[in-house]
Design a protein around this ligand. Structure first.
Ligand SMILES: [Mn+2]
Length: 314
């Protein structure tokens, strides 16, 4: 992660894409759990832009689309002014906007956009195959240009991501038709079985190698974590990532220097146990922003070089 970048923080207070209410309070819970202070302690410059909300009363799809248009614009604006946009959700439908904004920036600057979607689910349903009809189960399909979405979805977020540049990480609940579609489109799915067999390191190395030279957007759904340590989320699935697996993923993402934009979604304080899930999310993201248990040799070498450059020997 490029540690010189200013962090532009946006809350997205919505649960319009989910069937369970409460994720709209996620930004507040993440703030109370110390998200901003954590970034400050790690020496990051932060600009907190407050929370985005959509007007209520026009239906859930209208709310999702209004917010997607807004978050897309914010992501683009932040990136093109040299910032790193970080979105605190909110349900996962908001990533229709955030990822498309990052993709628009990449299109303008000639970079490839890569997406790592850390999630218990694949979020690759379309209106025709979705068992629930909830839009938080569809953002990735929309971003990858699935043709089945209606005209209402004709915004700038549509189809800007190459399915070959997407990795779904930590999946363990995929619907039948969704599985077929993922296979047809050639989307890389690192499911929990693969993580059990080879560990997160081998798979993350592959993701990072593919993204080399590009812009990596991280979309982190807290339901990727095991519900025993992340109970505060609307669609928990057993058999998720452990505490250490979560941190290791974040540490590797940090070390890669590739991450240029980030979502943290599906924190539902209404279902949480006294803020446990929000605090876990803040701790995990602190690893993404460079918190270390111990300095490693590479960091020490870098520090020595930086000091030598500051104080050249006469
Ligand atoms: Mn999700």
């Amino acid at each position: 992660m490029n540690s010189a970048l200013r962090v532009d923080l946006y809350g997205v207070a919505t649960d319009a894409g989910a069937s369970t209410r409460g994720a709209g309070m996620g930004p507040e819970a993440l703030r109370i759990a110390g998200f901003g202070e954590m970034l400050g302690e790690l020496g990051r410059e932060i600009v907190d832009h407050g929370d985005l909300r959509a007007p209520r009363g026009k239906g859930r799809q209208a709310e999702v689309l209004a917010l997607a248009a807004e978050t897309s614009g914010k992501a683009l604006q932040s990136l093109s002014s040299g910032g790193m946009p970080v979105f605190l959700g909110g349900d996962h439908s908001l990533s229709m906007g955030t990822v498309s904004g990052a993709a628009r920036h990449c299109a303008a600057t000639g970079k490839d956009i890569h997406v790592v979607w850390i999630d218990a689910h694949a979020d690759f349903n379309t209106p025709g195959i979705s068992p629930s009809g909830n839009l938080h189960g569809m953002p990735l399909a929309l971003l990858c240009g699935e043709p089945e979405f209606g005209d209402a979805f004709g915004g700038s977020w549509r189809g800007l991501v190459d399915p070959r540049n997407v990795t779904i990480f930590g999946a363990r609940s995929i619907d039948r038709e969704e599985r077929r579609l993922l296979a047809d489109r050639g989307i890389e799915v690192v499911d929990m079985r693969e993580i059990d067999e080879l560990g997160v390191v081998a798979h993350m190395r592959e993701v990072l190698k593919r993204a080399e030279g590009g812009h990596l957007h991280v979309s982190f759904d807290v339901d990727s974590m095991d519900p025993s340590i992340a109970p505060g989320t609307g669609t928990p699935v057993p058999g998720g990532l452990t505490f250490r697996e979560g941190h290791l993923i974040m540490e590797m993402l940090h070390d890669s220097d590739l991450v240029g934009s980030l979502d943290i979604v599906e924190v539902n304080p209404y279902l949480d146990r006294g803020g446990e899930t929000a605090r876990l999310a803040v701790a995990l993201i602190s690893s993404l922003f460079g918190r270390k248990i111990m300095a490693r040799q590479a960091d020490l070498n870098q520090k020595v070089r930086a000091e030598a450059a500051l104080h050249p020997r006469p």
